[in-house]
Ligand binder design. Structure first.
Ligand SMILES: [Zn+2]
Length: 396
């Protein structure tokens, strides 16, 4: 009898020990206060909600209203929320703003604006443009909140999360905010814009625009990067909301995973997004924000406005250029039907090497070559397709 009891006791002890060993990591897991983890599943579910569940983010005011309310609800746990309304052609538009203040307020506080537009073009799903940006914005809000709730030493910068409407109609929301800021514009330290961050390619290319708008940016981007092939552009002016802030002398960074053939098309859906890539981008921006926290107010630099230097065009090929391609020539990322390129049989992936008399080495030389043609002109074009060199004629 005694032996049986001993065996039973031993078994119980074993069971308890095994149970403890198995569950211990759950019970004693200490959250890393310096880097709360990103949740890829949440990123994906936010993108799906924005691009599939909620009404199309265009047209009827009520549709945009529903989306803006949803974003506001997601952000409410992180701070004071308010909406900034403005009218265009008698229609109401709203920017969604969430202000959270990890630090005790003091007069010289610096505010970082983290922004992403939530409207979309033509009522298409807009998973990459720009549900991806909004999802990363929500993610960053959550991580910065957790970090500051847990940390003994709070961040020196404060944060304003800002989701714009009217981007696709010409940066309306960010433009309105920059002219009617709800906070003292002097206190804005820098602005981070995420517009189309959902389609990182296998080569891990990440474009960052605005790197010349503060002397701090290039070194910070470099020292925190061990994952991406960065394609940097100094200019503070670009086709997204950061431009509005650059124009009121605020340093800006715009993160972007590149143009694609589904841009402003029905095919911009959630299936095609790289959620792991979004994870990495969120991590990267988070590290950059942390790294810059000690630097006080960043100095602002004006950059050369590249679009002012660009040649003017009378004609176009009808292609989506791959702005991230850094080989020799201009790589086509897609062609539109009934355009000179399409009619000449050019395809996605073709690299244009020669147009007319000009050798094409990069985007700039491509644009220069294009600028000499008029409607009705014909030109020889040489492209590389895989190993083959193909010659064709384009008619503009
Ligand atoms: Zn966009």
């Amino acid at each position: 009898m005694k032996t049986l009891l001993r065996i039973l006791l031993g078994l119980c002890l074993l069971v308890v020990t095994v149970w403890f060993l198995v569950t211990q990591p759950i019970f004693f897991k200490t959250p890393k206060s310096d880097s709360p983890e990103v949740d890829a599943a949440t990123l994906e579910s936010h993108v799906r909600t924005l691009s599939e569940v909620l009404p199309k983010r265009i047209g009827k005011e009520s549709n945009l209203e529903i989306t803006s309310k949803w974003i506001e609800e997601q952000l409410v746990p992180y701070g004071k929320s308010y909406r900034q309304s403005y009218k265009v052609n008698d229609k109401n538009f709203h920017n969604i703003l969430i202000n959270f203040e990890p630090m005790v307020k003091h007069p010289s506080e610096d505010i970082i604006i983290v922004g992403a537009h939530y409207d979309t073009a033509h009522g298409y799903p807009g998973a990459d443009d720009n549900a991806s940006g909004v999802a990363v914005l929500l993610n960053l809000a959550s991580r910065l909140k957790i970090k500051n709730d847990q940390a003994e030493v709070k961040d020196k910068n404060n944060y304003l999360f800002l989701s714009f409407s009217g981007e696709e109609m010409g940066l309306l929301g960010s433009n309105y905010f920059s002219k009617n800021p709800t906070i003292d514009a002097e206190s804005i330290n820098y602005m981070i814009n995420m517009d189309m961050v959902g389609r990182m390619k296998v080569d891990s290319t990440l474009a960052v625009y605005g790197t010349g708008t503060s002397p701090m940016f290039k070194q910070t981007l470099k020292s925190n990067n061990d994952k991406f092939k960065l394609v940097e552009n100094e200019s503070g002016v670009g086709p997204s909301d950061h431009t509005s802030f650059y124009l009121i002398d605020i340093p800006v960074l715009h993160f972007f995973t590149g143009q694609h053939e589904d841009y402003h098309k029905p095919g911009d859906d959630s299936e095609k997004l790289n959620y792991e890539g979004m994870n990495l981008i969120s991590d990267y921006i988070y590290e950059i924000i942390n790294d810059l926290d000690d630097n006080g107010e960043l100095a602002f630099r004006k950059t050369k406005n590249e679009s002012e230097e660009s040649p003017r065009f009378k004609v176009g090929l009808g292609v989506v250029p791959d702005y991230l391609y850094d080989g020799k020539g201009m790589r086509i990322d897609g062609t539109r039907e009934d355009t000179p390129a399409f009619n000449a049989g050019l395809q996605k992936g073709d690299v244009v090497l020669k147009l007319g008399d000009s050798t094409i080495t990069d985007m700039m030389s491509y644009m220069r070559a294009l600028s000499v043609f008029d409607n009705g002109d014909e030109a020889d074009i040489t492209v590389k397709r895989g190993d083959k060199t193909i010659e064709a004629k384009v008619k503009f």
